[in-house]
Design a protein around this ligand. Structure first.
Ligand code: FE2
Ligand code: FE2
Length: 181
């Protein structure tokens, strides 16, 4: 039995942006587990469907932008050629675009199911396939980001880089309507 889905992280953690990103990845794993379980059972309780919808539609895009717009470019400037990050970051950006297609399919299906206002949202086989595909791809993606990208960022990014990353991530959240704790 899976536990409750974790809410958004506290804004205060944005003072330490790499820790925030690591904690965000940990939170993502809970959502991936829930997606897998939903896909296996072919339906999902409406309250969980709503939480997953909010996560995929409003929270995940903030995380993708943190990485694509701020973290990855900052790392490209700071990493050394021997870090070999260029190719890794290019691949991760491609995966973000591929995942966005699967996530779009899942969001549309959840929105349509939630609009019927029943206790459970039934999931069509194509939706389950998208959920399992996204969960598998994202689990691998997170592992590379934790083991390679954040590990190298911890060594290469200096105080000014981390401050700039922190400010950008805060500004992105202040400009969005997504609520933090
Ligand atoms: Fe990513
Ligand atoms: Fe990430």
């Amino acid at each position: 039995m899976l536990g409750p889905l974790p809410p958004m992280l506290p804004m205060a953690l944005l003072e330490r942006p790499l820790d925030y990103l690591l904690a965000e990845h940990h939170r993502h794993r809970s959502y991936l587990a829930e997606l897998r379980q939903a896909a296996m059972s072919g339906s999902i309780p409406s309250d969980k469907a709503k939480r997953i919808f909010d996560f995929l539609a409003f929270e995940l895009p903030l995380h993708w932008a943190d990485e694509k717009v701020n973290l990855f470019p900052s790392l490209r400037r700071s990493a050394l050629p021997e870090d070999g990050l260029d190719e890794v970051l290019g691949r991760l950006n491609t995966e973000h675009a591929q995942d966005a297609v699967l996530v779009g399919t899942i969001i549309a299906a959840l929105a349509a199911g939630l609009a019927k206002r029943r206790a459970h949202v039934p999931l069509a086989p194509a939706t389950c396939e998208a959920m399992l595909g996204y969960a598998a791809a994202e689990a691998h993606h997170l592992a590379i980001e934790n083991a390679v990208v954040l590990a190298i960022a911890g060594v290469r990014l200096r105080k000014p880089d981390l401050n700039a990353l922190s400010l950008a991530m805060k500004a992105r959240r202040e400009a969005s309507h997504v609520l933090h704790t």
